[in-house]
Design a protein around this ligand. Structure first.
Ligand code: T3D
Length: 255
């Protein structure tokens, strides 16, 4: 059983709930291990993962009461944070971060590494690290300037301002900010959409976009050709074309 998360799967949607609400779902060593485990052992039926927080926060980042982690930050990052972030990026199916409340420090960057970030309007993103004398980690210094540009990335990280969800969406840091009252249903609808979609194509889209910032045009064209070759051999591609020609909705099977 899990101590720090809740995990369940229904109709192809796996839901991972960060579950230490008394500390705003701060990341303990155990929580990092549990997140990594579930994301690397998904059932073959899973076609979308939703990651969210229990209570009023998404995640407050590193558990600041953990003296062992604080005594070896470099080791903790390499041994525990990297596998967790890799598990999100390398997840075989799309990961939605459903940011229900504040996302601070490594908790913000855990959300931002997901494929799609949907936030409730009351949520905030805080690169809190410099408030306690650290630099942004968990991929933040790689992802954030790519998403929002250098000026905004510098400002967010040097000042550690709380960025409201609406502003994060306007800046292109996240996909959508939604009124709190609509948030849960909208996340569920997006998750259903992905769970019923062409999983092979989704995997190729994620791989191509993630590779793009390290590739020149020639390398990216070659990657697109290879990934499109794979998508073109999927049953879902045949079904997609058949459904279009028959003027009906496709029934994708995920292969
Ligand atoms: O290996 C390594 O260690 C390196 C990795 C570092 C990565 C990092 O993530 S460093 C950044 C760590 N995170 C932060 O600095 C954020 C700390 N938290 C906050 O700034 C605030 O709690 C929030 C902005 C997230 C929320 O504020 P608010 O006012 O809504 O709630 P609160 O009252 O501050 O928090 C509620 C409780 O959660 C409180 O405990 P209490 O007073 O009820 O007993 C608070 O201490 C606890 N809590 C919040 N965040 C953490 C935490 N406890 C442990 N660790 C936390 N990160």
């Amino acid at each position: 059983g899990f101590e720090t998360i809740q995990f369940g799967e229904n109709d192809g949607v796996a839901t991972l709930i960060l579950n230490r609400p008394q500390v705003m779902n701060a990341l303990s060593s155990r929580m990092r291990a549990e997140i990594t485990t579930v994301l690397t052992t998904l059932s073959p039926e899973t076609r979308c993962v939703v990651m969210t927080g229990s209570g009023r926060a998404f995640c407050s980042g590193q558990d600041l009461t953990d003296a062992a982690a604080a005594s070896d930050l470099e080791g903790t990052l390499r041994r525990e944070y990297e596998p967790m972030l890799r598990a999100v990026v390398d997840c075989p199916v799309p990961v939605i971060a459903a940011v229900n409340g504040v996302a601070a420090g490594a908790g913000a960057n855990l959300a931002l590494v997901a494929d799609v970030v949907i936030a409730a309007e009351s949520a905030q993103f805080i690169q809190a690290f410099s408030r306690i004398g650290l630099i942004p980690d968990a991929g933040g210094t790689w992802m954030i300037p790519r998403a929002v540009g250098m000026a905004r990335a510098m400002g967010m990280m040097l000042f550690a301002d709380a960025i409201p969800a609406r502003q994060a969406a306007d800046w292109g840091l996240i996909w959508q900010a939604l009124p709190d009252a609509e948030f849960a249903e909208a996340v569920a609808a997006r998750a259903r959409h992905l769970a019923q979609g062409p999983t092979v194509a989704y995997r190729g889209i994620r791989e191509a976009l993630r590779a793009s910032s390290g590739n020149d045009l020639d390398a990216q064209l070659a990657l697109e050709a290879r990934l499109q070759g794979q998508a073109g051999r999927s049953a879902d591609f045949r079904e997609g074309v058949a459904a279009f020609l028959e003027k009906r909705q496709p029934r994708f099977r995920g292969a």
